[in-house]
Write a protein that binds this ligand. Structure first.
Ligand SMILES: [Zn+2]
Ligand SMILES: [Zn+2]
Length: 666
């Protein structure tokens, strides 16, 4: 049962009182509500380090994220700070002055170093020296082994737009900490997309007081309005939306997001740091692609840039306010880098929703050694309703081990025939998975070290994977962080970034493996490879991920032997003589048995389970299995299971009848 909500004004007054009391000596010059954070600006930089304990205490009392920054007026000029920093860096640490970036909004100076340990060996002493001397807070990061243009452009964008970003954050803060209008009245969930289907994920959560959108995707297989979530239903109005929360950066979860800005949304997007980076890459590519195809792009870089100034990154396991009565926590989902399950805490404990989004779950020790990402989190404080993906709800693909065996056999077949093995993959997730699998299999000598050509956006995304090694599964993290080995830059891996290398991949005499986008063969360089490889029976096309109905990949997987593909702008009919096969078991989604295993280990047990992100037959089959084995899975009572359609609205009721009655009569 929740306590009454504090009004925005009450919170502000209480916060100011507490801050002034706790932070004596800091010379507080202003207190701002920036997005979900309370930012305190001080004129005494020494306080920031000396008063860390007091700030933690303050955050606990206020139940808010609290950050302390120096007042911009007491910060040293950037050029002088740069010179000071360079004078502090030991000679055996390489720092390119271009790798020293200032963030004026955060009052941070970020240094990328090849040996951050050496620089930080002096740890707190160095940081306090810099802070006391310059007023800038020093953050040191490892310089990633692969250069990423995206991250560079994000950092540049942040610097250029820092003042705009700060103003946007303050507007957002005003909205999050507004005076409550009606309070939490109910919890309703309205599927705008991804209900009874895969694609165009978008779920509206409405509490009466606030409206929050979970994901804003587009269907990879639909066209026009059919690809869009049901944004036109009366419950959804851009101007009423408080926040958008993005689970991960796949197109079916992000592609319609800039469109919201085109139609007037000016609120925040909550997102994990890697998802922000991958999202920018994917959306920029999406705009490029639609331009190249001659169509009118749905939105432009202008909307994407508008969106980027309102992006608020949130790390895993950190609670933030996204609306007056909604708190958000992201936890690892294990699906792709940065992917998150979304936990919403509504109305001061009235209701808790867990949105699994796309996730991967496993428990086998043997599996852990071969995976790029750790499995999804299974323990929560409270969960009353679970929105659960069911992509593989009906079908159990073969085990991962068997999938690797199949891949070994296919690779050795093309080695014997001097053929080519073509693996269509999504740029994010499966691309990196397949590189890591091949790296391992070649290291174990199960596959000879033949060239592996990697084409499409996979390079940029892989570079981002190397930016966040701490988020990868332990074995690969250790490999990268402590043994200095990078599984993505093996000598026989060739990243294709020009037409010459692509022609080499296509025309080379010997056997080769080609990993290329897009995974469902709806476009991308994979089409050119396919057009060149299709008619030769020594070649193999192997699908290693999900194919949506209607896509070229699905049609080929289902056995079509004659297809039309665009070659140099005109459609060409191809006879498919190459072997076409599907290797199941590499999926980044929880398989049927993993979905049930996840429910078995999920703590606490939800009372309501809403199934989405699956074809209807898959969801039906999953729902049936949950109903049949809820006892075995450790539920006290059979959970209520729902499989709504898009545009349907579901009202969730608190467990306590008293609360329910109270709400009904408020
Ligand atoms: Zn996904
Ligand atoms: Zn998805």
């Amino acid at each position: 049962m929740g306590e009454p909500l504090e009004t925005g004004r009450e919170l502000r007054n209480r916060a100011i009182r507490e801050i002034l009391r706790q932070m004596e000596g800091a010379e507080v010059s202003s207190i701002e509500f920036e997005g979900p954070e309370i930012a305190i600006y001080v004129k005494n930089p020494k306080f920031i380090l000396e008063g860390e304990e007091k700030v933690r205490e303050l955050a606990k009392i206020l139940k808010k994220r609290v950050v302390v920054r120096t007042d911009p007026r007491v910060r040293k000029a950037k050029e002088a700070t740069l010179q000071f920093l360079l004078s502090l860096i030991p000679e055996d640490v390489n720092v390119d002055p271009r790798d020293i970036q200032f963030d004026e909004v955060l009052g941070e100076v970020r240094v990328l170093a090849d040996k951050p340990g050496k620089l930080l060996g002096r740890g707190a002493a160095l940081r306090s020296q810099v802070l006391a001397e310059t007023g800038w807070r020093l953050e040191v990061y490892r310089k990633p082994p692969m250069a990423s243009k995206v991250l560079d452009s994000i950092l540049r964008h942040m610097t250029v737009t820092s003042e705009r970003r700060r103003r946007a954050l303050m507007e957002i803060g005003d909205r999050i900490y507004r005076d409550v209008v009606v309070g939490t009245r109910h919890v309703r969930i309205i599927g705008l997309g991804s209900f009874s289907e895969v694609g165009r994920s978008a779920i509206l959560v409405d509490t009466g007081e606030s409206k929050v959108l979970l994901d804003s995707g587009m269907s990879p297989s639909g066209t026009g309005l059919d690809a869009m979530p049901h944004f036109w239903i009366p419950e959804f109005r851009v101007e009423e939306l408080d926040a958008v929360i993005i689970s991960h950066a796949h197109i079916d979860h992000i592609a319609s997001l800039p469109l919201l800005y085109k139609y007037g949304y000016r609120g925040p997007v909550f997102i994990t740091p890697p998802t922000r980076d991958i999202m920018l890459l994917m959306l920029a590519d999406f705009v490029e692609l639609s331009k190249r195809e001659g169509g009118e792009p749905l939105y432009t870089m202008k909307e994407i840039s508008q969106m980027m100034t309102r992006v608020i990154t949130v790390n895993y396991d950190t609670v933030v306010d996204v609306a007056p009565d909604v708190k958000l926590t992201f936890v690892n989902a294990g699906h792709i880098l940065g992917s998150a399950m979304v936990h919403l805490h509504i109305g001061q404990g009235l209701y808790n929703i867990l949105y699994s989004a796309d996730f991967k779950y496993y428990r086998l020790k043997a599996d852990r050694a071969r995976r790029l990402l750790p499995p999804a989190v299974e323990e929560f404080h409270r969960v009353e309703a679970l929105i659960l993906e069911g992509t593989y709800g009906a079908k159990e693909p073969q085990p991962r081990e068997k999938a690797e065996e199949d891949l070994v056999n296919l690779a050795n077949k093309i080695v014997a025939n001097k053929g080519k093995l073509l693996l269509p993959v999504m740029a994010v997730g499966r691309g990196q998975d397949m590189m890591y699998v091949l790296y391992n299999l070649m290291k174990e000598k199960k596959i000879p070290e033949i060239p592996v050509y990697v084409d499409g956006m996979i390079y940029e995304v892989t570079a981002l994977y190397t930016e966040y090694p701490e988020l990868l599964a332990k074995p690969v993290r250790d490999l990268m962080m402590y043994q200095g080995e990078n599984p993505f830059v093996a000598p026989n891996f060739v990243f294709v970034n020009d037409e010459d290398t692509r022609q080499e991949a296509i025309n080379s005499e010997g056997p080769a493996i080609v990993i290329s986008t897009s995974g469902m063969m709806t476009g991308g360089p994979v089409i050119e490879y396919f057009a060149n490889f299709a008619e030769n029976e020594n070649n193999v096309l192997a699908f290693v991920s999900y194919q949506a109905p209607g896509t070229l990949a699905r049609r080929l997987a289902e056995g079509e032997k004659e297809v039309e593909v665009p070659v140099d702008g005109t459609l060409k009919t191809l006879k498919v003589n190459m072997e076409v096969t599907s290797v199941e078991g590499f999926t980044g989604h929880a398989t049927r048995s993993e979905l049930l295993l996840f429910l078995r280990h999920l703590r606490p047990k939800p009372r309501t389970i809403i199934l989405n992100h699956g074809e209807p037959s898959a969801l039906l089959s999953l729902g049936k299995s949950i109903k049949e084995s809820w006892q075995k899975m450790g539920f006290d009572a059979p959970p209520e299971i729902m499989m709504p359609e898009n545009a349907e609205s579901i009202r969730l009721f608190p467990r306590s009848q008293k609360v329910k009655v109270a709400l009904d009569y408020l």
